[in-house]
Design a protein around this ligand. Structure first.
Ligand code: CP
Length: 302
C-alpha cells in the first residue's frame, strides 16, 4: 500500500507499512538537513488554521517550502467568510484555483472530513478539536523510534487526556506499533471508554513514571474545560505534575507536544533537563511532515 493521493484524518488511515515508509522518508530528509529540495516543485499547498498554532502551522509551511512547493495560508479572519460565504463555497473557491493539498486545523471535530466533501485534493488533519492530531502522533512516534530503535517500550501519557486529541492519536498509533501505553491522570480526566484503545489507565503518577521508558506530559487545556475537574492548578501540580523527584527512579525521556504550561503539568527541572526531547520533537515534526507531503503528493523522487 501507498499513501499517494490519500487523506490523513487520523492514524487509523495508516497501515504499519505506511508508517514505516513515512519514517524512512523522514530519516532520508533529516540526513539532508534543512537544505531546500525540489521534489514538490509546481505543487500548491494551502494551509487553513481556524485555531491557534505555532508548531504545526509553521512546520507544515517550512516542510512544503523545503520541498519546493508553493504555499498559501488561508486566514479566516480576513477572508470572505466574514461576508457570509459558506465553508463549502470557500473550499470550492480555493479548489478552483488549483490547490493540490490542504492542511486544516479547526476547533470542530470532523472538520477535515467535512472539507473533503467539497474537494478531490488530499486533506491532512492538523488537529480537529479533541478528536485527532495524526501528524503530532507520527512525529512523536518517530522521535521514540529514533531514541529506542523500536517500540518495545513502556510509555506513560500524563495529563488532561479527556480534552486531548494528541492523547487519542498517540494512544492509537503507539498501540498499533506495539508500545505498552498507560494513560495517567485524575479520574475526572480519563473516562473509562479510553480502555477501548487497548491501553492501561492509571491514577498513580509516581508508579507509572517509575515503570516507564518514556513519559509524555500533556497540557491542562483550560480553554476546553467548563471547570470542576480539580480545584486549582497548584493542586493539579502537587498530585500529577511531572517533577525530578518523580522522574529520578527510572529516568525516562520526557516528551511534550507543546505548548507547555511550565509549573503545572511539568516543572522546568524536567522540561529543560537532559532527559527532555521536546525540541527534538519539534525538529522531527518538520521532517515527518516533509515525508508525508512528499509521499501523498508523489514528489519527483518517488
Ligand atoms: N503540538 C501542537 O499542535 O502545537 P501547536 O498548537 O503550536 O501547533
Amino acid at each position: 500500500m501507498s499513501i499517494r493521493g490519500k487523506d490523513l484524518f487520523d492514524v487509523d488511515d495508516l497501515e504499519i507499512s505506511d508508517v514505516k515508509e513515512i519514517f524512512e522518508r523522514a530519516q532520508f530528509f533529516k540526513k539532508h538537513g534543512f537544505q531546500k529540495l525540489t521534489s514538490l516543485k509546481g505543487k500548491s499547498i494551502c494551509t487553513l488554521f481556524f485555531e491557534s498554532s505555532t508548531r504545526t502551522r509553521i512546520s507544515f509551511e517550512l516542510a512544503a517550502k523545503r520541498l519546493g512547493a508553493d504555499v498559501v495560508n488561508f486566514t479566516a479572519s480576513t477572508s470572505s467568510l466574514n461576508k457570509g460565504e459558506s465553508f463549502k463555497d470557500t473550499v470550492k473557491t480555493l479548489d478552483a484555483m488549483g490547490i493540490d493539498l490542504y492542511v486544516i486545523r479547526h476547533s470542530e471535530p470532523g472538520s477535515p472530513m467535512m472539507m473533503k466533501k467539497y474537494t478531490n485534493s488530499p486533506v491532512i488533519n492538523a488537529g480537529d478539536g479533541i478528536h485527532a492530531h495524526p501528524t503530532q502522533a507520527l512525529l512523536d512516534a518517530y522521535t521514540i523510534w529514533e531514541k529506542f530503535g523500536d517500540f518495545k517500550i513502556k510509555i506513560a501519557i500524563i495529563g488532561d487526556i479527556l480534552h486531548s486529541r494528541v492523547a487519542r492519536s498517540n494512544a492509537k498509533l503507539l498501540k498499533m506499533l506495539g508500545a505498552d501505553v498507560t494513560l495517567v491522570g485524575p479520574e475526572s480526566f480519563i473516562p473509562e471508554y479510553f480502555e477501548n484503545y487497548g491501553v492501561r489507565i492509571s491514577h498513580d503518577v509516581e508508579k507509572s513514571i517509575s515503570e516507564s521508558d518514556a513519559v509524555m506530559g500533556l497540557r491542562v487545556q483550560l480553554e476546553r474545560q467548563s471547570g470542576g475537574f480539580f480545584s486549582t492548578l497548584d493542586e493539579y501540580n502537587e498530585f500529577y505534575g511531572i517533577n525530578s523527584k518523580r522522574m529520578e527512579i527510572a529516568n525516562p525521556i520526557f516528551m511534550h507536544p507543546g505548548p507547555m504550561n511550565r509549573g503545572v503539568e511539568v516543572m522546568e527541572e524536567v522540561s529543560d533537563s537532559d532527559s527532555s526531547v521536546v525540541e527534538e520533537q519539534v525538529t522531527n515534526g518538520v521532517f515527518v511532515r516533509m515525508a508525508l507531503l512528499d509521499l501523498i503528493l508523489g514528489g519527483v523522487e518517488n
